[in-house]
Design a protein around this ligand. Structure first.
Ligand SMILES: [Zn+2]
Length: 464
C-alpha cells in the first residue's frame, strides 16, 4: 500500500517536500528550504512535521535550494538513509548547500543580535558546514534510466526533466492489488528547445502524477530573438563605453548566457569586449556544467565534438576574490558583468548595481522571474528610486527584460507533458501559487484525468 502526504510546496512554490509511505517505509520526495520573508520562513524551516529519524530514503529531483536546502537540517535531526539524485545534482548540491550553510550562519547571527537586545532566547543555527559534510556522505548518485530498488517492492528511475543541469522526473514503480502501478513526480519541469538541456522526457504508462504548476495559468511570450537582442545591447554599450549589468542565477541562467555570448563572440557578431562573471558560486556551477556532458542536448554535444568549449571564449574572466570584484567598480567600460543573486537580493550584484544604476548609458538586463518584494522586481518595474544597502539611488540606466530563458514549462508545456504520460488516473498539482495551481487542475481535468487534486499542507491520500 502506498500513501502520499504533502508537506511543502502545497499551493505555493517554495519548500518542496512530499512523503510516500510504502509498506510502512517513509520515502521523502525533495527536502526544500522555504524561501520568502525572513521571519516566516525562519520559523517554518526550524522544524519537520515528521521525525527525520523515521525517514528511510530521500529522492531528490534537482539541486535548487527550494528542493534541496533543508537536507542538512534533516541529517542534523537524525536522518541516516540514502539520498538518491543524479550525479550532476549531487555535485551541484555540494556547492549549493555549502553556500546555503554560509547564508544560514549569517541569518541566525542577524536574528539573534535582535533577540539578544530584546532579552529573548537565541535561535540555534539551522545547520552549519559540518552538517553539510554529513549530508554529502549520504548522497547516492543514480544515472538517468537506471533502476534501483529503494525499498522492497519499490523501484526508482530518473528521466530528464530539462529544468536545470541534472534535474530529474522521478518514476516510482510498485504493485497495487498485484497489478503494476507507476507514480511520477515531475519535480520542476523545463521548457522545450532550450539552448543547453534536453526536452523533458515523457514517461509512458503513468497511473499517478504529482506535477509542478508554477506557470499553470499562462504561456511564455513566443520565442524572442535573444541572441539578436543581446547583440544590440552589447553594440550600444561598446559604442558608449558603458556597462551591461546582468543579474543572473548561478546555476542555469549564467551558463545559458555564457553559451549565447560564446556564439556571438566566436561568430564575430560582436566586437571584442571584456565579460566578467563575478560570483564564486557561478564559477563553480559553470565548472560542474562543463564536467557533466551527459546532461547536454544534441546541439551542445555537437559543439563540444567540434572542439569548442561552449562556456569559454576570448575576453571572459571569472573573478574570485572580493578585491577583484571591487576593482570592477572603478574599471571603465565597455564591459559586461554577470553576477548573482538573480533577484538582486544579496551577493556581489548589489555593488555593481549601486555603482551603475545612475548612469543612463548603462544597461541592466533582467533575465529571470523577479518575485514580489525583491530589488529585482523594483528594477523591472523601473521604479525611479531604488534602495541598495539602505541608500537611495536614482534608477537612470535603461532596463530590459528577456523572458525566454525561463527554466519552467509554461501552461502549454505542462499540459503537453501530462498528455504524453498515458492513462493517468490520479493527479496532484503542487509547486504553484494557488491561482496557478487551480488553473492547472482545470487543464488536467480537461485532458480527461478523472481525479485531480490540489493538496493543502499536510493532506494525506491513502492507497494511491
Ligand atoms: Zn527548480
Amino acid at each position: 500500500m502506498l500513501d502520499l502526504r504533502f508537506y511543502g510546496a502545497a499551493q505555493t512554490t517554495t519548500g518542496s517536500m512530499h512523503i510516500i509511505e510504502f509498506d510502512g517505509k517513509k520515502i521523502l520526495l525533495d527536502c526544500g528550504l522555504v524561501q520568502g520573508k525572513r521571519k516566516e520562513s525562519f520559523e517554518l524551516n526550524r522544524q519537520f512535521p515528521f521525525d527525520p529519524r523515521e525517514v528511510h530514503a530521500l529522492v531528490l529531483s534537482h539541486s535548487h535550494i527550494d528542493h534541496s536546502g533543508k537536507i542538512p537540517a534533516l541529517v542534523k535531526q537524525g536522518f541516516r538513509g540514502k539520498i538518491y539524485a543524479t550525479s550532476a545534482t549531487c555535485d551541484l548540491c555540494e556547492v549549493m548547500l555549502r553556500d546555503s550553510a554560509f547564508l544560514q550562519e549569517r541569518d541566525v547571527e542577524f536574528v539573534n543580535k535582535r533577540r539578544k537586545k530584546q532579552g529573548k532566547n537565541l535561535f540555534e543555527l539551522l545547520y552549519g558546514q559540518e552538517d553539510v559534510d554529513r549530508a554529502l556522505e549520504l548522497f547516492s548518485p543514480l544515472d538517468y534510466h537506471t533502476g534501483v530498488e529503494i525499498a522492497k517492492g519499490l523501484e526508482l528511475n530518473f528521466n530528464d526533466a530539462g529544468h536545470i543541469l541534472g534535474s530529474a522526473v522521478s518514476i516510482l514503480d510498485y504493485k497495487r492489488d498485484g497489478k503494476k502501478r507507476r507514480l511520477v513526480f515531475t519535480g520542476d519541469l523545463g521548457q522545450r528547445n532550450t539552448p543547453l538541456l534536453r526536452d523533458p522526457e515523457p514517461v509512458p504508462d503513468t497511473d499517478v502524477l504529482i506535477t509542478e504548476s508554477t506557470y499553470g495559468d499562462r504561456n511564455h511570450p513566443s520565442r524572442e530573438n535573444i541572441r539578436g537582442r543581446l547583440k544590440d545591447y552589447i553594440t550600444f554599450i561598446y559604442q558608449h563605453r558603458s556597462k551591461l549589468i546582468i543579474p543572473a542565477f548561478s546555476v542555469g541562467r549564467t551558463q545559458q548566457l555564457l553559451y549565447i555570448l560564446n556564439g556571438l563572440v566566436e561568430s564575430h557578431a560582436i566586437p571584442p569586449i571584456p565579460v566578467f562573471v563575478d560570483s564564486p558560486l557561478s564559477k563553480k556551477a559553470t565548472e560542474i556544467t562543463e564536467h557533466h556532458q551527459e546532461c547536454y542536448n544534441n546541439n551542445l554535444i555537437g559543439d563540444v565534438l567540434k572542439g569548442d568549449d561552449p562556456f569559454k571564449f576570448p575576453g571572459l574572466q571569472f573573478t574570485n576574490t572580493v578585491e577583484d570584484s571591487m576593482k570592477l567598480n572603478d574599471a571603465k567600460g565597455p564591459m559586461i558583468i554577470i553576477s548573482a543573486s538573480g533577484m538582486c537580493e544579496g551577493g556581489r550584484i548589489l555593488h555593481h548595481l549601486r555603482n551603475s544604476v545612475s548612469n543612463p548609458l548603462n544597461i541592466i538586463l533582467i533575465t529571470g522571474f523577479q518575485a514580489e518584494n525583491t530589488l529585482g522586481r523594483r528594477i523591472v518595474e523601473q521604479a525611479p528610486i531604488i534602495k541598495i544597502f539602505g541608500e537611495e539611488h536614482e534608477l537612470r540606466s535603461t532596463v530590459f527584460t528577456i523572458n525566454g530563458l525561463s527554466g519552467h514549462a509554461d501552461r502549454e508545456g505542462l499540459c503537453d507533458y501530462a498528455a504524453t504520460l498515458g492513462n493517468v488516473q490520479q493527479a496532484f498539482c503542487v509547486h504553484g501559487e494557488k491561482e496557478y495551481c487551480e488553473a492547472h487542475v482545470e487543464s488536467l481535468r480537461k485532458l480527461g484525468i478523472p481525479s485531480v487534486h490540489m493538496p493543502v499542507q499536510g493532506q494525506l491520500f491513502r492507497n494511491v
